[in-house]
Design a protein around this ligand. Sequence first.
Ligand code: CP
Length: 305
Amino acid sequence: MRHLMSPLDFSVEELDKLLALADDIEKHPAKYAHACDGKILATCFYEPSTRTRLSFESAMLRLGGQVLGFSEAGSSSAAKGESVSDTIRVISCYADICAIRHPKEGAPLVGSTKSLIPVINAGDGGHQHPTQTLTDLLTIKQKKGRLDNLTVGLCGDLKFGRTVHSLISALVRYKNVKFVLISPEELKVPSYIKEEVLDANGIEYKEVEKLEDAMADLDILYMTRIQKERFFNEEEYLRMKGFYILDPKKMALAKDDMIVMHPLPRVNEISVAVDDDPRANYFEQAQYGVYVRMALILTLLEVQV
Ligand code: CP
């Protein structure tokens, strides 16, 4: 039995296979419509979500399975003091696979230790969001045709943005990927990522504050929102909010084939005027999240189609 806690839990070869499966699912959905007949997915979400929870549920329903779960801690027995590991141990009796999101870093990992079924980290605090990374990798592969030889700009809240941490960890395994880290001083990528992931793998990167200074070099611009829920004080959040707003004027500085990605939700960091630009890919990215989660469910349940 396998769990998914980090994108690194899969080797590059396994990731290639999973992305190829997601591609086949997109092209031939009918082939997979009964692949999970009789199987149940539990979604245990202790933090709000639209995309991750609903795309997981959509994925299982499209595979012929069924879903159960809770979308806030207050409607589960966590409100009575039950531990995550007890909850997941019990959920193991009701479902075949479980996706868990929790505000505390490491909570899904703790839950997985007592689980009898595969557990998927659907986001743990400011730490990791591996299924968003699978979604991002699939989007890059489909839109750019490759995962190597890319200059990737990551912009916004690089300190608390768990999607950024997971994506950097995943992309450093591909050849000649460079990063431009675009953030205010206060929201820079944590030093453990710089030292243990970027420096340790000899990855070329630079840190800049102005988005305009980076635009022309990028193959991918990955925008993120300022993570309000992780700030200790409102005043600091309000100071950071609005630091970056991608608008048509800034888009004019970019390459014609650059793609804009965003894990969403968006607050105000991408102007709606950018949505109609053919380089804007964030809504398609959300769609790819369904195919890749279908592929992940099949992989972890070891279902052959
Ligand atoms: N991208 C993402 O994790 O979105 P949700 O918070 O809506 O799940």
